[in-house]
Design a binder for this molecule. Sequence first.
Ligand SMILES: Cc1cc2nc3c(=O)[nH]c(=O)nc-3n(C[C@H](O)[C@H](O)[C@H](O)COP(=O)(O)OP(=O)(O)OC[C@H]3O[C@@H](n4cnc5c(N)ncnc54)[C@H](O)[C@@H]3O)c2cc1C
Length: 478
Amino acid sequence: MNGRLFPGKNLTPDLINRLKEIVGSENVLTDPEKMIDYSHDESAQTEWRCLPEVVVKPVSAQAIASLLKLASENQIPVTPRGGGTGLSGGCIPLYRGIVLSLEKMNKILEIDQVNQMVRLEAGVTLGELIQVAQEAGLAFPPHPGDESAQIGGLIATNAGGSRAVKYGGIRNYVRGLEVVLPSGEIIHLGGKIIKSSSGYNLLHLFIGSEGTLGVITQAIIQLLPAPAFTRSLIIAYEDLEKAMETVPMILQAKIIPLAIEFVEKDVIVITEEYLKKTWPSRIGQIDLLIILEASTEDELDRLSEQVAEVCLNRGGLDVLVAETVSKQQHLLEIRSKIYEAIKPFTVEILDIALPRSEIAAHVRRVKELEREVSLWLPTFGHAGDGNVHTHITKVYRQDNQLIPLPESQWKDKAMKVKKILYEDGLKRGGVLSGEHGIGIIKRAEFMTLAEPAQIEIMKQLKKVFDPKGILNPGKIVN
Ligand SMILES: Cc1cc2nc3c(=O)[nH]c(=O)nc-3n(C[C@H](O)[C@H](O)[C@H](O)COP(=O)(O)OP(=O)(O)OC[C@H]3O[C@@H](n4cnc5c(N)ncnc54)[C@H](O)[C@@H]3O)c2cc1C
C-alpha cells in the first residue's frame, strides 16, 4: 500500500485545503478507511495496490482545470479514475498523490435524435448509457463487460467487448470529447460529425490513452438504430481447436454475428456453482456462444440455419437456441460472471488480440503449455474478433479437481507462461492488449516487446501533453 517515490511535493495540509476550496470539502476524502476502494481496480494482482493521499470528486471541468493547474505547479501526481472496473491497474495511484474520481460528473447532457448522438459527462456508467439509448429507441452496440464502468474509463481504455465482431470497439462510437490537459487548459475535439480530415487526429489519440495525457470530462457518443431481433445459439464441441477453426468459417460464409464467444466447460461449471444458475448445454468440452441479429424473424431463421450448418459440419455436437430476451440475458449473465467466479484462482488475465486465422493455433499453444508446466490456464474470450483471455492461475487441474500450488511454484510458472504466450501472440501478428489496456500490469512486457521507435514516440508524446509527468505516472510507457 506504500506508494513509490515521485519527484515532487507531498500533499501538505495547505494543498489539501486548496483542493477543498476548488472542489468543495464535501468532495474530498482523506480518511484512509474511506480511500481503500480507490487503491485498486478489478485486476487480480494485489501487489500494485496503493492508497492515495487524497481522493477528490469534482463536479465540473472548470474545477478539474484548477485542480490540474495546482497539481502541475506543485508536481503532485494525479490519477484519473472511472468505475474502477479496469483489469490492468490503470487507475491505481502508484505514486499516491490525488485520485481524481469522475463519479459525480454523471449527467446526460443531450440526446440528439436527428444526429442519433448522446452528449454526456464522463462519469455516466455503461449501464446508464445503455438504458438512455434504449429509452430513445436507439442502441449503444458495444458491451464491454462490466456495466459499472464509466464512459471516461471506456474511452480511456478503448474498451471492446463481445460485440466488437460486428460493431467494433468504443473508438468507433466516440465523435467528440472535452478534455482537460495537465496545464489546466480545456480542449474540445471532434463534435457531432462523422468525418474529419482536419490536422492530426487528437480525438483518437485520447481514446486508449489510459488517463496519461488528459482527463476526459465529456463525450459525444454515436448511437445506432436498435436491432429488431436477436437470437443466441450455443454450439457444443468436444475439441477446442475444432471450435476455434469454425470461427473464421462462419465469417467466410458471409455471416457477421453480433458476437462469437468461446468458453470451456470447466469454467462454466465453476460459474454455475458461483451464481447458482444453470448453463443449458451439458455435452462437450467447449461451447461457442453466437449472438445473431436481423431485421426480420425470417432472416434470423435463415442466419441461424446457416451458422448451425457450418458448425455441425466442423465438429459441432449440438446447437441450442435461446430465443427469448430472458433466456439470452441468462446466458450473458453467466458468461459475464466467469471472471468473478475464477478470480480467486487467477494470477493474471491476458488480453492478447490476434488475427482470427491464428486463434486456433494460439489456443493450441495455451493447451500444450497447460500440460507442460502443470498449471491450469482456463481460456475464453471473444473468438469472433480474435481477443483471447487466457487466465494464468495458481492451481493445477487433476481429475477435475483444482489443486493449489505454493507461491514459490506458481510464481515461476506464471512468469514463464506469460512470456511464452506474449511471444507466441506477437509472432502471429497479434498485440499484447486488445481491450484492457497496458496500465501497470502489462507495462514491463510492453516496454520490452513493442518496437523501440514506437515506445520512443509515445514517450515524446507524453512530454508534449504532460511535461511535468503528473498525470497517471507509471502507466503505459511512463
Ligand atoms: C467482470 C468484468 C468484465 C469485463 N469485460 C470487459 C470486456 O468485455 N471488454 C473490455 O474492454 N473490458 C472489460 N472489462 C474491463 C473494464 O470494464 C474496462 O477496462 C473499462 O473500460 C474500465 O472502465 P472504468 O470506468 O472502470 O475505468 P477505470 O478502471 O476506473 O480506469 C481505467 C483507465 O482509464 C483511466 N480513466 C478513467 N476515467 C478517465 C477519464 N475520465 N479521463 C481520463 N482517463 C480516465 C484511468 O486512469 C485508467 O487508466 C471487464 C471488467 C470486469 C471487472
